[in-house]
Ligand binder design. Structure first.
Ligand code: COA
Length: 108
């Protein structure tokens, strides 16, 4: 899998905000965003799901940053399985969302 990383134009230099697109060959298969330590907008193309693409995208994120966090809906078990499989653990819950973290979150 290949990854193409772009930086958002309004990104703060000290907390870069990235859009990462994932490709198999020339085929776009999914994307995620990383805003500092926050992972956002994880999405895998519907016809390409359950093949480990989310897992590979999160491994890519970990290769770039050792502390990560995200929010996931409590009922989104597929996404939670993906995050757990690379080492994210649940930390707090807010309403119907769970915060999951990877690595040691500084100051927490
Ligand atoms: C959630 C989402 C990103 C998961 O993407 P995915 O590429 O299908 O996920 P993965 O294949 O990497 O892994 C998820 C689980 O799918 C299953 N799976 C993975 N490969 C599989 C295979 N070859 N055969 C059967 N099941 C498989 C496993 O249960 C896996 O968990 P595991 O690694 O613990 O076994 C995708 O469903 C999606 O885009 N959903 C809509 C948007 C969304 O909900 N985003 C998350 C917001 S927090």
């Amino acid at each position: 899998m290949n990854f193409v990383r772009d930086t958002f134009k309004n990104s703060t230099p000290s907390v870069p905000h990235f859009e990462i697109n994932a490709f198999i060959g020339n085929e776009w298969v999914g994307h995620y965003q990383r805003n500092g330590e926050w992972i956002e907008n994880v999405f895998v193309r519907e016809d390409m799901r359950r093949r480990g693409i989310c897992k590979k995208m999160m491994m890519h994120a970990i290769s770039q940053k050792k502390q990560l966090r995200l929010f996931v809906r409590n009922n989104n078990l597929e996404a939670q399985r993906c995050y757990r499989s690379v080492g994210f653990v649940p930390r707090t819950g807010i309403d119907d969302m769970t915060e999951m973290v990877y690595g040691q979150i500084v100051g927490q």
